[in-house]
Design a protein around this ligand. Structure first.
Ligand code: IPD
Ligand code: CA
Ligand code: CA
Length: 270
């Protein structure tokens, strides 16, 4: 990792890991009721008091670990600066807020770290099943300490995942044509309500690909490194590199499934 000794890097990884697990326990133990849920801009878009509280705690804790870093987090809290030019943490305090509101037990904390626009580390933690995905640039992707390395499974031999949000309803007709095609060409399709977990599930071999028309860097920064370090591919839907300073479309998968996904998107959507 740039600018840090190996020892300092490992110490930092351990401290962030502990912080992310603590944030996950808040999600796991919470029971969000009516008063804690608030409407955000756009259709079917919500924030709970827990999203805000967890982001505040993560920013405070991460600031102590790396004081030079800025923060690109989902919620509008103090310290959220969206400056990606130097060290930057990408924070989604709860990815899968709608799942969280309805007690689905499928949400996670996602924290990514970049330096000058290059992802260096990613942490995605699902507290309900105590699964910690960790990616370190150049060293690999790990699930609870087990190194992940994906095989080049084609689309017709795996599960195709996708995400869609009512508040990002662009090209809905064309989008679902792509999903219909994925349904017909894969073993099965899923929208499990947490983009970060579905992307990490490519790294661990549960999903063969993932597609969504618009996501924010805090949704995918950590998981993108996970996929790349495990040997998969992640791009925008036209095949161009993903962006870390603003939203973009996400098409990810094993090499073969990603290639086929891009062909389907080109046929049906672009
Ligand atoms: C959402 C989830 C969902 C994806 C949406 C995201 P949030 O994040 O990742 O799976 O389809 O586009 O906005 O709002 O739960 O943090
Ligand atoms: Ca999210
Ligand atoms: Ca969120």
């Amino acid at each position: 990792m740039e600018k840090l000794t190996k020892e300092a890097e490992m110490q930092m990884i351990e401290e962030i890991d502990a912080l992310v697990r603590r944030a996950g326990r808040v999600i796991r133990d919470a029971r969000p009721g009516g008063d804690a849920i608030h409407k955000k801009q756009g259709d079917a878009n919500f924030v709970t008091d827990y999203d805000v509280q967890i982001q505040r705690e993560l920013i405070a804790g991460l600031h102590k670990i790396l004081p030079e870093a800025s923060f690109f987090g989902e919620e509008d809290t103090e310290g959220n600066s969206h400056d990606t030019s130097g060290w930057c943490f990408y924070i989604d305090p709860i990815d899968g807020t709608t799942n969280f509101m309805f007690d689905y037990h499928h949400s996670c904390v996602s924290v990514g770290l970049s330096y000058a626009g290059e992802m260096l580390a990613g942490f995605v933690y699902n507290p309900y099943v105590e699964e910690m995905y960790l990616a370190i640039k150049g060293e690999g992707a790990f699930l609870n300490g087990r190194k992940l390395s994906l095989s080049d499974v084609p689309l017709n031999e795996g599960i195709a995942a996708f995400g869609c949000a009512r508040y990002n309803a662009d090209c809905t007709e064309e989008f679902f044509q792509v999903i219909r095609e994925l349904f017909q060409r894969s073993l099965s399709i899923r929208d499990r309500g947490s983009a970060a977990l579905d992307l990490c599930s490519i790294a661990s071999g549960n999903n063969v690909c993932y597609f969504e028309i618009k996501l924010q860097p805090y949704d995918y920064a950590a998981a993108a490194l996970m996929i790349e370090e495990a040997g998969g591919v992640i791009t925008q839907m036209d095949g161009s590199p993903i962006t870390l300073d603003g939203p973009c479309s996400i098409a990810a998968g094993t090499g073969s499934a990603h290639k086929e996904l891009l062909e389907i998107v080109k046929e049906r959507l672009l």
